[in-house]
Design a protein around this ligand. Structure first.
Ligand SMILES: [Zn+2]
Length: 468
């Protein structure tokens, strides 16, 4: 039942024991816990067989909803049980149904925009009294005040038409169950854990980061996270070239054999124009995690490489065009990022706004001072969202891309000034964030070296497997 992605056992087992020694334990625990939870939670396709077993006398009448569909397609010959856990299933079945189990009718409704418990119960033809009793359940009642579209509420009535149970399914991982206790209801939260399975992918960029990444089977969300890790060193808006490549070792999260999403990135490398950058995830003693070079230097810098979302920058922008007003090539002391009007512009680093104004040449502009030495400048903004004297944090929006002042089209003109001298923002050495304290270096090494070794291992296996 906890079927994983098909894989060669030896290959993956090495991973489990090498880098994720606890995963086996989690998996074992998850199997046990899973059985318990499956009996109580959503009647998905995988679990409907169990449900049939233990609640054999449930009658499903509302054929128009998904739960009904799931239950109605149960084939009697589905073997519900792996040999290892029959006792648990039987015990729970006995507990839950008991000798005089009521006959329940289940119906469900999807939460719509603007719904609250009252409107939703109305659609299920339940009474205001039912709304009141469930909304005032002992435990977990607060959750019912924040219904979100896409969630589901299923209700069970007994043969007298009395509401006896409500299942509020917030996600595949979380369900709240409200059960009648005499006159009132009692709520209980049921959470499930996904199973983490390591995965690896290497991508060579021939067309674009996202196109080649998704052709290799990576979700945009994961590609974006890779770019975020290396975005301090590489300007993803302007510096990606055909032939660049990246590799990523990450976790995929599974529930009942179905992929629910991607988990943490464990290690990654990016080769940009022949230069190799490597990053590894390190979990600090306080539980927070960040990315570092294998030598323990933080990937995160005190400044963003590009103060605008690179996915919104158009690549066919020629910063060397003749100036439209002066018809000459003017000395250019910054970087231009062409993007649609309204694209957010971020503060490159923590600092203080020293100018926020308008001039004929610059249009709307913002200057930020960072410490004593560095000033960053943002020109041609459509709008400004900070004022002079204001303190800003890194990645805080300070305005939007526009074409005010001397600008041919909407773009951000960005300058990086160190001690009064303009530096190229794309290549200037950026100050690093806090390094790992010396006292933690042994811990860092023991945690991250296996991950880097695994990344290298995968790369070799992967290259060896490529066709000649
Ligand atoms: Zn410019």
């Amino acid at each position: 039942m906890m079927a994983r992605k098909t894989r060669s056992p030896g290959f993956w087992d090495g991973l489990f024991t090498d880098i994720l020694p606890r995963t086996h334990l989690y998996a074992a625990a998850a199997v046990g816990l899973g059985v318990v939870l499956l009996l109580m939670v959503v009647p998905s396709e995988n679990v409907s067989a169990y449900r049939e077993d233990q609640l054999a006398d449930i009658q499903v009448t509302d054929s128009g909803n998904r739960a009904a569909a799931d239950l109605s397609v149960i084939a009697p010959d589905i073997a519900p049980e792996p040999a290892s856990e029959p006792d648990v299933a039987e015990t729970l079945a006995a507990e839950k149904t008991g000798p005089a189990a009521p006959i329940l009718q289940w119906r469900e409704q999807s939460v719509r925009l603007g719904d609250n418990l009252s409107t939703l119960f109305q659609r299920l033809s339940l009474s205001a009294g039912d709304v009141y009793r469930v909304a005032n359940a002992a435990g977990e009642a607060g959750a019912l005040k924040r219904l979100r579209p896409g969630e589901t509420i299923a209700v069970a009535q007994n043969s007298d038409g009395e509401l006896v149970q409500v299942e509020y399914r917030r996600s595949a991982l979380e369900t709240l169950v409200y059960s009648r206790t005499g006159e009132g209801f009692e709520g209980q939260r049921i959470a499930r854990d996904t199973e983490s399975v390591p995965a690896y992918q290497r991508v060579t960029i021939n067309h674009s980061l996202f196109l080649d990444g998704s052709r290799a089977g990576l979700e945009n969300e994961l590609i974006m996270r890779v770019a975020r890790i290396f975005g301090w060193d590489i300007d993803f808006a302007l510096d990606i070239r055909k032939g660049d490549s990246f590799a990523v070792l990450y976790q995929e999260e599974y529930l009942d054999g179905a992929k629910m999403g991607n988990g943490a990135i464990l290690a990654a490398e990016f080769i940009n124009r022949g230069t190799r950058y490597r990053a590894v995830r390190y979990e600090k003693p306080d539980g927070s995690a960040d990315f570092y070079t294998p030598e323990g230097r933080p990937m995160r810098k005190a400044f963003l490489r590009a103060p605008v979302d690179f996915t919104r920058v158009s690549s066919n922008f020629n910063p060397n065009r003749l100036h439209p007003v002066f018809k000459t090539k003017r000395p250019h002391r910054g970087v231009d990022y062409a993007a649609a009007t309204g694209t957010p512009v971020y503060a490159a680093g923590d600092g203080k706004v020293i100018e926020a104004g308008y001039s004929r040449a610059n249009g709307n502009y913002v200057f930020i001072r960072h410490g004593q030495a560095i000033v960053t400048k943002y020109l041609h903004l459509n709008s400004k969202s900070v004022r002079r004297g204001q303190t800003v944090k890194q990645r805080q929006p300070i305005g939007t891309v526009g074409s005010t002042g001397y600008a041919t089209g909407p773009h951000l003109h960005y300058e990086f000034v160190v001690n009064g001298v303009h530096r190229n923002p794309r290549t200037v050495d950026l100050p690093e964030a806090d390094p790992i304290p010396a006292a933690q270096m042994a811990r860092f090494a023991s945690q991250t070296q296996p991950l880097m070794a695994q990344l290298a291992n995968y790369s070799e296996t992967h290259l060896a497997a490529l066709p000649e």
